[in-house]
Ligand binder design. Structure first.
Ligand code: PEP
Ligand code: MN
Length: 381
């Protein structure tokens, strides 16, 4: 069963063609969509023991790495095809659909052959558009549900681009997995920085996208998985993927972050669920009222910003006539200190006000420079 890598098409692709999905595999009407299972399939016993426990919980999809992308050579790299047999047993014995990571067209071919239900693309693959395209080409005509993890670097375009490569070849059922972003910050509380604005921006750009959070790979630490899972739910994520192992300390990969099935059950029962829309009329009206007030405040903010920019332009003209620099370090220092003191009185965070004023000041300076340069041109004439 060879693969023609030159065209990146699995042989006999039509054998695996599935019916077109009209409905999504990913649903989260009453409860988050839970995916759980070990980081890696290690032995048949470990896989089946985990699946048995998870099949009694609200887990909708069994995850397991079969080919593992390891940072350094020499560590456990997965059991490959042998493990696909075990996953077939998971489905047959416990009725749990299964998902694995695919990083090569050959992985896709094997996954389809063994009846894997959902595929996922790992963070180390999403970074590489060539490889993503190879996977997309291998999926032509095969409409299987797919999950795309964020790239290791915090680049929302790259993440969106990977999803679009699959959409273009006709995959219709795609979810995004937020697994955090790599950094060299060794004192950070997390293994991969959550950088929440990035998945939020992706969802803004693609509102239909099903968003799943992977608190295991974000935290790298089983004691913190629950708090990040709750944060994801609070932010409106629809699903969670959580690594689970019967004896986490003995795991051959990601030992520190895996939970026992019991610990997972505890996490799931203590999750406080949120809804995007409230079913309570009076709460809906209250929210609507508050939104209207907020729209009014935002209109005032924009008005004030326009007035501020106008003042800044008039100051630009004065600076030009007096031959002064647009940027005045003493004044800027003074301004930052007084604005952050004022903000403190209003209980606003200093960090927020500093960041906001840096942006406003940058725009002021840009406008003033435009004025200075326009006048220079007139003088040249
Ligand atoms: C995994 O899910 O086990 C994995 C390798 O994840 P990531 O691609 O997020 O590092
Ligand atoms: Mn892992």
């Amino acid at each position: 069963m060879g693969l023609d890598i030159s065209t990146c098409q699995p042989a006999n692709v039509s054998t695996y063609t599935l019916p077109l999905h009209t409905m999504s595999f990913f649903t989260a009407e009453d409860a988050p969509f839970i995916i759980a299972g070990p980081c890696s399939a290690e032995t048949r016993e470990q896989v089946l023991e985990t699946a048995e426990a998870l099949s009694k919980m609200q887990v909708k999809l069994f995850r397991s790495g079969v080919w593992k992308p390891r940072t350094r050579p020499g560590s456990f790299e997965g059991k490959g095809i042998e493990a696909l047999e075990w996953l077939k047993d998971v489905k047959e014995t416990y009725g749990l659909p299964t998902t694995i990571e695919v990083a090569e067209p050959a992985h896709i071919e094997q996954a389809l052959k063994y009846g894997i239900d959902v595929l996922w693309v790992g963070a180390r693959t999403t970074v590489n558009p060539f490889q993503v395209q190879r996977l997309a080409d291998a999926l032509k005509g095969v409409n299987i549900p797919l999950m795309v993890k964020n790239p290791v670097n915090p680049d929302v375009d790259l993440w969106q681009g990977a999803i679009e490569r699959f959409e273009r070849i006709g995959v219709t059922d795609i979810a995004a997995i937020h697994r955090g972003f790599s950094s060299y910050d060794t004192v950070s509380a997390y293994r991969n920085q959550p950088n929440w604005p990035i998945p939020i921006e992706l969802k803004r750009r693609k509102p239909e996208l099903f968003m799943i959070c992977d608190p295991s790979h974000i935290t790298g630490n089983r004691d913190k998985v629950a708090e990040v899972a709750q944060r994801a739910i609070d932010l409106g994520f629809s699903g969670l993927i959580i690594e689970t192992h019967p004896r986490p300390d003995e795991a051959l990969s990601d030992a520190a972050q895996q939970l026992t099935p019991d610990a997972l059950q505890q996490l799931l029962s203590s999750l406080v669920l949120r809804r995007q829309y409230t079913g309570d009329m009076s709460k809906a009206m209250e929210l609507e009222y508050l939104r209207q007030l907020m729209d009014g405040v935002d209109a005032e903010i924009i008005d004030l910003l326009a007035r501020r920019m106008e003042l800044s332009e008039r100051m630009g003209a004065v600076k030009k006539i007096s031959n002064m620099t647009a940027y005045q370090p003493d004044r800027w220092r003074e301004m930052l200190a007084s604005r952050s003191a004022q903000a403190g009185i209003k209980m606003l965070s200093e960090e927020f006000i500093m960041a906001l004023y840096e942006r406003i000041h940058e725009e002021s300076i840009r406008k003033q420079l435009e004025i200075l340069q326009a006048m220079n041109k007139e003088i040249e004439k």
